[in-house]
Each structure stands twice: as C-alpha cells, then as structure tokens.
Design a protein around this ligand. Structure first.
Ligand code: BGC
Length: 728
C-alpha cells in the first residue's frame, strides 16, 4: 500500500514537472510564432558589451550578462570595458574558484552559487558568466585561479552545486570555456588536437556534469579550436556532443569575440554571439554590433536562402527559454546584495579552502603577550580583488592580511610589516581602483636588508608572498613562464630562514609554485585569492580559530619540467607549414596532473589532495562489498587528535590490468567530514561501473573490463591508508 502511494506521488510530481516544462515550451512557441525575422536575428548577437536584445514590441526583456565567476562585475560602459562609475555596484568578492575547489566541499560550493546568484539577481543580471571548469593541464596556465583544478571528478562534484545554487535565483549559470581552453597563451589562435578518449575522460566530464546533473542553462564556447574548428561554432562539440549526446536545451554563448566565421556561426551550434571589440575580435567603428557574424551577414543569408529559418528558430527558442527561466521566470526572484551573510559566506569558503602544506608545530600561532609578530611580503598588504582580466571586481571592501592579523592579535602582540620586495604596484583595472599606494623607492637589496634586519628583532616571522594578478602571473590572456616565485622571493625566504628559527611561509597564488625552501621553513600555508574577506580567512587559519581542512586541487610539482608537457608541440604549440593556426598536440593523453606523476613515479613537492590539519585522523576498517551492478566501499574515520576539525577522505580506483593504458589511480569519490576530538564516523562510497570504466573511442562507449580493481582510501593521492582489491 505504502509503495502504491509513493508511486502515485512520484507520478504526480513528474506530471507537474512535465506540465511546467510544457508551459515553458508553450510560451516559447507562442512568442516565437509572433516574431519577425529581424526580431529573431536581433536576439542572436550582442547589442552592447554585456547585453543582447529582447523583443521590445512584445515586452520580452533583454538578456543582461555579467562576469563572473567570483562576484558581479561592475557596470561597464555600453561599448567599452571601463567601469561606468555607478555607485551602487560594489559587490561581495567571493574567493577565486581555485579556492573553492580547494575546499573539496560540496556544501561550500552550493553556498557560493546561491550567494553569487542572489547578487546577480539583485543587480538585474540574467546570465552569470561562470563557473569555469577547464582542467589544469599545465601549472603555467594564466587562468588556473578561475578554474577548479586538475581532476575531472573533483571539478564535476563541485560545479554541480554551484550551478544549482546560482540558478535557484533565476539566474543562468554560463559554464565556461567549452572546451580544452587550457592555456591563455595564443588562446585565440591555437588548435588543440585532442583525441576522443582524452576528451571524454579528462576535459569533458565537468561540463557534462554541469549540464546533466547541474541542469546548466548556458554554456560559453572557448576561443581556441578543437581538432580544426573554432569552439564557439564547433559543430561536433556543440551540436553533436553538447546538444545531441547530452541533451542540452539551453543557450550557447560565444566567448567575447570568439565567433570567427559567418557560415559556421550559423550552423555550428552557436546561439548568441557576444563580442570583445565592436566587430568580433577586430577593433572597428564603435557600436558596430550590426556587423557581427550573427547580425547583418546572417540576415542576408536568411533573405537569399543560404540560411534556413529552422536553424534560426532553434537559436531563438533557446534564447527565449533562457529569458523565461530568468527575468520572466514564473517564480519571482529579487536577490540580495552585499549582505553580511554574503561576506560571512565569502570568509567561510575562503578559510575552508586554505591548505596547510607543512607544519612542525609552528601553527596555530598563539603569540605570547607583548611579543612582536613581523609580517614580510607584498601579499600581506596588497589588495588582490582588482585585476586579473574579466574576473576583475569592484568590491565594497577587502580585508588585507596585515589588518586582519592586527585585529586578531589586538592587545596581545604588536603586528608590524616589512615589504621585502616590490612586485606589482598597479592599483587600477578597467578604472576600478583599490585606493592603495604601492610605490616604494627602495632598491631590491635594501628591501631585502630591511626585511632581514626586522626578522632578527621579531619574535614570530610570517612571510606572506606568492603571485598576484599582473601579466604573466595569475591573469587572463597570458601564461607564466615557469613556476618559480617572481621578484627573487626564493632568495628572500632563504635569507629569512637563516636568521629566524621560526619561519612561517604563506604562499598566496592561484596556481602551483615551486618551493625549493620547503625544508628550511617551519610551516607552509597555501592561501588563494580569497576575495573581500581574504585577510580574515587567513588570520582565522593562522590563529587556529579555523582548523585548516583545505586540500590541493592540483599537484604542486618540484619543477615545470617534471610534468607531462615535454615539447613545444604539446605546449605552447607550434606553427606548421600550410596551417593557419598554431597546432598543439595533447599527446600526453589522459596523463594529466597526478595521473602523470603517480603513474610514472615522479616525485612532487606536494601531491594532489594533500592538506594537513591541527588535529589528526585515522581511517580504519575499510571494506568493499558488491551492491547491485556496482560496489560499496566503506571505512571508519576517527579524529584522534585534540581539536575539532575536518578531513577529506578520498577514494581512488586502480585497475590492476587493462587492455589500454590506465593511470595508477583515479579519484572516484570523496567526503569532507567534520569531527569533534575522539568522534568517529562510518563513511560509505558507491562505485558504479562507470567509475571503473575507460572510454573506448572506437566503440564510442565506456567500458569496464572484468578483473581485479583496487579501492584506495586516503587523505591525498599519495597518502593512501587502505588498499582493498576487489573483482569485477
Ligand atoms: C573571457 C570570458 C569573459 C568574457 C566577458 C572574455 O575575454 O574569456 O571569460 O566572460 O571575456 O568579459
């Protein structure tokens, strides 16, 4: 009886959902049927930097787009990148997505998505240009800080709650940059040559999860080409895979200026062409939106029969669907902006993702009364929300580490700062200003000398350096040249380690850096661009108010050359005779990140998934049992230390023998668990056959080969605490 009742409810709910969908489709069809050809074409391209037309005659609103992905971009001028100077658009700056990835926390991702969705809705934005989920293929990639790390499972797990969180506010998440946009160098002129297995196993899963599990309403094509076609109108990628195989019913938007050809723009799966300059990628007369590929050239083709209205209607249906899902949604949404809850969320997420890489007991820091705490390094002072490219934000405030630590140790210790080096002195981006003055006339030698002398006098020394968002660092449009810290920071840290017996190093960056001094310092913290509350979040972790629980979302290698990219053919690409674009061959295939280092036994500085705590955990009693078509893996986690804290238990799978090359392990599950001292919890992970499969490109399907597998449970990809073989 109970079962029948339950079944009826399920049917009723399914019926409602269908009704809702069909009413959405009815509205779309009804509107479409009343539109002229010109009105339809007007919707398929930009009308300003960040908007595309509605149908004024029918009361259909324009679509307003905004970057994304770390906060709501300030209003810009109609036809220029500079901020427009509004005084009501200073947002909450959330941590960079790499910081979110380092939380390994699905709840944090849901919170992030919900908060940023509310901010977008309040600012009357319909499409949030984010999140970004391109895999970190090279540690040099300029936008690693805007993405979610090197592993497709981790990125998939975290993108889904973000997308749902945004969209529950009536704002479309536009997942970017589809696909294989793994570098910034020559991003608009590089053909990424990637085989199907590599695409399906490494570079596509996070997009697929965003679409199928997250229900993403929008996707942004990337600038580069995949196997010879520009991705903003790559027929195979957009029509066959995204809209065909995955059943995506939302809208495909070009990256700004990423649409490159008239005919392909029409048939290649693109729905809205957005632009960088006024005419695609080229500079042109201002307000040249009529010249876009999907503007007048499209109209001409429709009128003379070279293009069909059927294809146009499909684009317009998708655009209308987006309008009815967002600004015209039946459930009204109003959002909220810069609320205390949003800043608190930013602080919690930032702190949850800070990674304790090394600690010999120097942390948490509890200075004795009247002591002197010396901070050294530009990043203790420099504001980081401004800059970096399209993720540049104007925020209501940004707490720097120096101020946060002064606040934390108020009345207890004297916190002073020495710069140590001069890195990036810019304080303006697209006319957004930080208000800081960063000029310093001291020579590099003098800066180093001053820092070393001050360190000799201090009771505690915390070095806070790393990268910033200037060109050739964590920045859109350029990659780094190598992973060495810039501005002679290695020399400075070495010099400090000589004179102080207790040195804590905080590296603030959005991508991996080499740490040749790791053995000489007492503690190392990896912090990220934490947004408005970054200083507070860092202070929370350094003082122990928050017990660190972040985990590296990428491998921290010893040197760039240790990685899988060995030749210019692989990265950054080569010019070949007779070929118009730079060619880049992903011949390392699926061996990216820890899949490369682990399988080949190459030593790294810190492995993927690594991160310590102020308490300790044990994993015990691990088991695997058959369950339906798959398996259940279970184990007990216990907090064996004296502080409450969280551990991320990671499940990797190894295939003992396969007919194709497979990595020595692959992440297939994780759970972040918060435990009081002495508390324990039994954890269970489901392994379905997909988790045991590889992608067979010839057969175009996932294959799980019978035989022995291993379930590896650990606290990083290198710290495996239980290894249980099982048979499929
Ligand atoms: C970036 C996108 C961004 C767009 C709009 C492009 O240059 O690649 O990520 O959303 O500009 O600012």
């Amino acid at each position: 009886m109970k079962k029948v009742f339950f079944a009826l409810i399920v049917l009723a709910v399914a019926g409602c959902a269908r009704q809702h969908n069909s009413s959405l489709e009815e509205k779309v069809e009804s509107t479409l049927s009343r539109m002229t050809l010109e009105e339809k074409v007007a919707m398929t391209h930009a009308q300003s930097k960040f908007s595309s037309a509605g149908v004024p005659r029918l009361g259909i609103p324009e679509l307003w787009h905004t970057d994304g992905p770390h906060g709501i971009r300030p209003e810009v001028l109609w036809d220029d990148w500079d901020q427009a100077g509004w005084t009501n658009d200073s947002c909450t700056a959330f941590p960079a997505l790499i910081n979110l990835a380092a939380t390994w926390n699905r709840e944090m991702s849901a919170l992030y998505g919900d908060c940023i969705g509310q901010e977008a809705r309040y600012r009357k934005k319909d499409i949030l240009l984010g999140p970004g989920v391109n895999i970190c293929r090279t540690p040099l990639g300029g936008r690693t800080f805007e993405y979610m790390g090197e592993d497709p499972y981790l990125a998939s797990a975290l993108v889904v709650p973000y997308v749902k969180g945004v969209q529950q506010n009536g704002v479309a998440a536009c997942v970017k940059h589809f696909a294989v946009n793994n570098q910034e160098m020559r991003r608009t002129a590089t053909n990424s040559v990637v085989d199907d297995r590599t695409m399906y196993e490494i570079y596509l899963p996070a997009f697929k999860a965003a679409v199928q599990e997250g229900g993403a309403w929008a996707i942004m094509g990337s600038y580069n080409l995949w196997n010879g076609e520009f991705n903003c109108h790559n027929h195979r990628l957009l029509n066959d895979i995204l809209k065909g195989e995955w059943g995506f019913d939302g809208v495909v938007i070009s990256d700004w200026g990423g649409c490159r050809e008239d005919d392909a723009a029409i048939t290649g799966g693109l729905d809205i062409e957005m632009g960088t300059w006024t005419n695609g990628l080229r500079g042109a007369a201002s307000n040249g939106y009529d010249e876009y590929h999907l503007a007048n050239p499209y109209l001409e083709r429709l009128r003379d029969g070279r293009a069909t209205e059927e294809v146009l209607n499909d684009k317009v249906r998708r655009i209308l669907r987006t309008v009815y899902r967002t600004s015209m949604s039946e459930t009204p949404h109003y959002g909220s902006f810069t609320s205390p809850e949003h800043f608190q969320a930013a602080r919690d997420i930032a702190a949850d993702g800070i990674v304790l890489l090394k600690n010999d007991g120097a942390l948490p820091l509890n200075p004795s009364k009247g002591s002197k705490v010396l901070l050294i390094g530009e990043n203790a002072y420099k504001m980081m929300v401004v800059g970096g490219g399209s993720s540049n934000l104007k925020t209501k405030y940004e707490v720097i580490p120096l101020d946060a630590l002064r606040e934390a140790f108020d009345g207890k210790a004297d916190v002073v700062w020495e710069r140590g080096y001069v890195g990036d002195t810019t304080t303006v981006y697209n006319r957004v200003v930080t208000g800081q003055v960063l000029k310093d006339s001291r020579s590099p030698e003098k800066l180093l000398q001053d820092a070393v002398s001050a360190a000799k006098e201090a009771d505690y020394v915390i070095y806070i350096g790393g990268l910033n968002k200037s060109f050739y660092q964590d920045n859109e449009g350029t990659d780094r040249f190598d992973i060495t810290l810039p501005y002679c920071q290695n020399e400075l840290i070495d010099a400090l380690a000589e004179v102080t017996p207790n040195l804590i190093v905080v590296n603030i960056s959005g991508s991996p850096v080499a740490m040749p001094w790791a053995g000489k310092v007492n503690a190392i913290v990896q912090a990220w661009y934490g947004g408005s509350e970054s200083g507070h979040a860092l202070a929370d972790v350094l003082t122990g108010k928050v017990n660190p629980s972040g985990k590296l979302p990428f491998t921290m290698p010893l040197a760039t050359a240790d990685g899988p990219l060995k030749s210019p053919r692989q990265y950054p690409g080569v010019q070949e005779e007779g070929k118009e674009w730079w060619q880049e061959y992903y011949t390392e295939g699926i061996f990216v990140g820890y899949r490369w280092y682990d399988t080949n036994g190459i030593a790294v500085q810190y492995p993927f998934g690594h991160g310590l705590s102020y308490t300790s955990f044990e994993i015990s009693d691990a088991r695997v049992k058959k369950s339906g078509k798959g398996f259940k893996v279970s184990a007990t986690l216990i907090n064996t230390g004296e502080r409450a804290g969280a551990e991320v238990v990671q499940l990797y799978i190894r295939d003992s023998e396969a007919s194709v090359e497979r990595p020595s392990k692959e992440l297939k599950g994780f759970e972040k668990v918060y435990l009081e001292p002495g508390e324990s919890r039994r954890l269970e992970f489901s392994i379905d056959p997909d988790a045991l499969s590889f992608f067979d490109a010839d057969a175009h399907r996932w294959v799980a080969e019978p035989g022995e597998f291993h379930a590896l449970l650990g606290t990083s990809s290198a710290d495996i605490r239980a290894d249980i073989p099982f048979m499929l």
